[in-house]
Design a protein around this ligand. Sequence first.
Ligand code: PMV
Length: 298
Amino acid sequence: MTSTAHGKVILLGEHAVVFGADALAASLSPGVECIARPSPGGTVLAVAPWGVSFRPDDGSELGRAVGDLCAAMGVRDAALALTLHLPGGGGLGSSAAMGVACARALAEMHGRTLRDDELLAFALGWEKVFHGNPSGVDHTLAALGGIGLFNRATGLRRVPMRGALRLCIGDSGERASTREMVHRVARLRERLPAATDQTIESIGAVARDGALALQEGDAKSLGNFMNLNQNLLAALLVSNERLEDLCAAARAAGALGAKLTGAGGGGCVIALAPGREDDVLAAWRAAGVDGRVVEVGR
Ligand code: PMV
């Protein structure tokens, strides 16, 4: 049987969530699929569409993550075939989705279904290989799906929503390491503690207000909160010129709000543009970005 996991989109609150603030996030499907089989030749993780395989001792982070996961789950040798429907390193939670799908597939191989708390613990171990201090938002959405406010102390609180939330997603094509971007904010906080904490607190408040707007179906306010969040993320030094240009292009094409999503420094931007999605995609195409419209939180 194929095991699956969701990708995720952070609507409001990335980075601040690492420091204990609330974030508003939604799952993105399809995310990742995985099948595990016993493998007498040792553990190997094959990732499509990259056409690359990883082994526990090959020196790669993915190799180490799969080796650690097998050890934690008490699995000896497994061949994992993973299919990724998300751009790698693009801020859409691809690494967490891989961890969740692999853990589910390894359990399935032994005829087991993991409880949510077991699955979340294994996936957190996986995420820690990629960056030392994950908030947990990625692997929680990857495992549980839906849409809600996430806080690292309290977990996911679901937000009831009227209808589906449609978003435009565009990949800037640039990449930055999540670990590096999280370190960048931590360094800023060491240098300017009061100002950085104030920004973090403001982002948390924007996420909570955004959740209310989402619940009430108030797209205009949600868009305003996304724009405000983008400015606060720029103050945390995780935006860049390309991301700012893509957000500006989306707004000029009729989006109510636009921002980076995920760790920033590159990766994806999202835009809320009810009824104007085609205009946003056209504006991004003119800027060399192939965007798409998705429904999140299902
Ligand atoms: O870029 P991604 O998909 O790894 O998302 C990172 C989100 C952060 O808030 C920056 C980090 C975290 O652990 O929450």
